[in-house]
Design a protein around this ligand. Sequence first.
Ligand code: NDP
Ligand code: 8X3
Length: 251
Amino acid sequence: MQKTICITGATSGFGKACAERFAQEGWRLIVTGRRTDRLKELTEQWRDVPVHAVELDVRDLAAVEAMVRDLPAGFQNVDVLVNNAGLALGLQGAHQADLQDWETMIDTNIKGLCYLTRCLLPAMVARNQGHIINIGSIAGTYPYPGGNVYGATKAFVKQFSRNLLTDLIHTKIRVTNIEPGLSESEFSIVRFHGDKDKADAVYRGTEPLTPTDIAEIVHWVTSVPPHVNICTVEVMPVCQSCGPLAIHREV
Ligand code: NDP
Ligand code: 8X3
């Protein structure tokens, strides 16, 4: 039977690559994001793919509830939710960071992810079938200067994913947290508020992961046998590793 996947943040980067990957596999797609021109561009490339595109800001609980309530016939049984919409804003130290940036990251990466999960889970539990795939980050495990609230939101995603598994142990629902490292998308342009030169510098001299790499992993975790749950995937490009612990000396 044709399966249905709901992807948040499908207008760019990982989410868009996931939409394209699952379209190739013949899934029904629910694609969401705030930029409607991007959603239109994305869906116009497919002729035979059943797709439901929804303009959605994941921070808006009423809009999330309405989206789930108003899913059209054929799209109501969501088999996979990819909680991908998210962002980092700024790279300043905690004493200098913009509080509004912190609010936006918390509202999007934590609250938005919770809204989608809470609204789609009851139907999954009723059907005893489903898969929640959260896009965390290595920043949720390994601290780095300026990662402050962004990393903390992804640490939330890690623990929330684990706690979902404990709540759902009596069901066949799977929960996966995918934690990528350095990946080239619009992520850094957003982080630096549109400063393309700063964003390009992040990837200079590296071979980062690509959105296609992440989409392959998202597809893989859905394709293992139903009794197998890939709980966590931590993935970095070969050019990246965890830094050493730091010591500041006064001499
Ligand atoms: P992009 O900036 O390319 O894509 C982010 C997507 O999130 C866009 O489609 C954007 O859509 C959507 N989005 C942002 N805010 C909202 C919102 N309030 N409501 C709805 N959609 C929103 O970045 P990536 O593809 O790289 O990032 C995807 C996820 O992966 C994020 O959660 C990010 O934290 C995580 N990640 C990224 C890494 C990287 O190095 N790139 C590494 C590890 C994790 P729109 O603007 O149209 O709403
Ligand atoms: C994105 C990866 O290292 O830029 O989540 O925080 S990193």
